[in-house]
Design a protein around this ligand. Structure first.
Ligand code: ADP
Ligand code: ADP
Ligand code: ZN
Length: 224
């Protein structure tokens, strides 16, 4: 099964993708994670992307399409994938269609995580991640069960992203509305768009996603 999770920064894409990775054996493909790894490694792509990411803008289509094309060619992706943070522009969506067609792959569902902008600054500025395994947490909405200890791996070190500050979040939300939201009607016209309530509690969002994937409830939830 191949999915796209679509929603603004802080919508819960990464949180839910990690859960689906565990429950369904799908591979999470996060262009944000891939770009951060490139920045950390100091590669040519990383050097080009760093300033744009810190300012809350979008990295060029050329760069992210090349990254995804490489990743989609790897054998583990055949198990099924969840795209998290890609595509983000109409040009990326078209490039994805071409890549999938060349490989005989198709998208099963594009799932919009519907959220209110008003909460997104709180979501993003409270976000932190386990340095060892990448599990995501939140200062208020999703604390580790034991303070200072990762639920998943028992790690004690956590990181925060340089771009998770209030100013940058606003630029990222603007970029979402200007460049990514137009993908909703695009996928709706292809008949693959579904939606879940991203404002609900994390477990409830997972339940709604599982219902979409199970098929039955997806008809009732088909976006209109
Ligand atoms: P995205 O990948 O869409 O940018 P994340 O999954 O990283 O978003 O979630 C952003 C922050 O909000 C994280 O700190 C996460 O723990 C928290 N979060 C995710 N989903 C919910 C939810 N449904 N309710 C409350 N907080 C959430
Ligand atoms: P979030 O879901 O919290 O916005 P991501 O981790 O998906 O964060 O992305 C972080 C940053 O990486 C974005 O603000 C952007 O600069 C860059 N980025 C990630 N994916 C893409 C993409 N598909 N196209 C362009 N830029 C991207
Ligand atoms: Zn961990």
């Amino acid at each position: 099964m191949n999915l796209i999770l679509l929603g603004p920064p802080g919508a819960g894409k990464g949180t839910q993708a990690q859960r689906l990775e565990r429950s369904r054996g799908l591979v999470q493909l996060s262009t944000g994670d891939m770009l951060r790894a490139a920045v950390k490694a100091g590669s040519e792509v990383g050097l080009k992307a760093k300033a744009v990411m810190e300012a809350g803008g979008l990295v060029s289509d050329e760069i992210v399409v090349a990254i995804i094309a490489d990743r989609i060619a790897q054998p583990d992706v055949a198990r099924g994938f969840i795209l998290d943070g890609f595509p983000r522009t109409p040009a990326q969506a078209q490039a994805l269609d071409t890549m999938l067609a060349q490989r005989g792959l198709k998208l099963d569902h594009v799932i919009e995580m519907k959220v209110d902008d008003a909460i997104m600054v709180d979501r993003v500025t409270g976000r932190f991640t386990c340095a060892k395994c990448g599990a995501g947490y939140h200062d208020r909405f999703h604390k580790p069960k034991v303070e200072g200890t990762c639920d998943q791996c028992g790690g004690h070190e956590f990181t925060r992203r340089a771009d998770d500050n209030a100013d940058t979040v606003r630029s990222r939300l603007d970029a979402y509305h200007a460049q990514t939201a137009p993908l909703l009607p695009y996928y709706q016209s292809k008949g693959v768009l579904r939606s879940v309530d991203g404002m609900a509690e994390i477990d409830e969002v997972t339940r709604q996603l599982e219902a979409v994937l199970a098929g039955g409830a997806s008809l009732a939830r088909a976006a209109n």
